[in-house]
Design a protein around this ligand. Sequence first.
Ligand code: SAH
Length: 239
Amino acid sequence: MNFKLSPNFLDSAFRKLTKNEFTSFQNLYTNFVQKNSELNLSAIRDEQGIWEKHFYDALLGAEFISDSDAKILDLGSGGGFPAFPLAIVFPEKKFFPFDSVGKKMKAAQEIAQKSGIENVSTIVGRAEELGQQQKYREQFDVVTVRAFASFSVCLELAFPFVKVDGKILLYRGPESEDDAELLTEAFGGFLRNRKVGKLPSGDQREIWEIVKLYPTEKRFPRGNGIPKSMPMTLEGFEF
Ligand code: SAH
């Protein structure tokens, strides 16, 4: 292992970070490693992996977050990614890591608090249920989704939370997707951008920016487990 962290390691992911921001990332690293050794938040445990695959990767989506975006939901957040790195560089916005596993969100809240990341508030619940509740439905400017489910399932579970004119930021690998544009339209959205980015190690990553144009049909999200067991295809929509 010859990884040597430099203070400008993250700069090319988004913009040059301030010294304070870099210190926040160092604190996040320390506290994340500690919690991850107590309970299994993430399989990525080595120093380089955490800086690259969690921190650098998360910041690749930062350019799509606008000044007017105030509330950002991180769907299936696990150990707090991509929410935490974004919360460090956008301290004036409020981030909501959201996961069905209560102990992960408890750990995530503690990591944020210990790291001095104050603009984070975790939510525990299943997307199928909270997506139908008025308190959460169409309440967020941005929904981030990484390593969560297949494309269609991500759309069904993310769209209900997004305000009209808000957006989904989908963090993906380089794999192709059949019918991506048409499925996005069927759910009332528009695929505005596909950013191809690279991690320092060379791995290719993509950020898909999907804008919500119309309110989500009331039938979405369907009940617990149904989106994953019977993913929506184009046949399930009227055009
Ligand atoms: N986004 C994180 C974690 C990905 S793992 C990262 O990129 O590192 C996917 C997470 O989604 C798991 O923590 C799992 O508990 C959560 N999850 C799966 N199905 C869910 C559902 N229906 N509602 C809410 N969270 C869910």
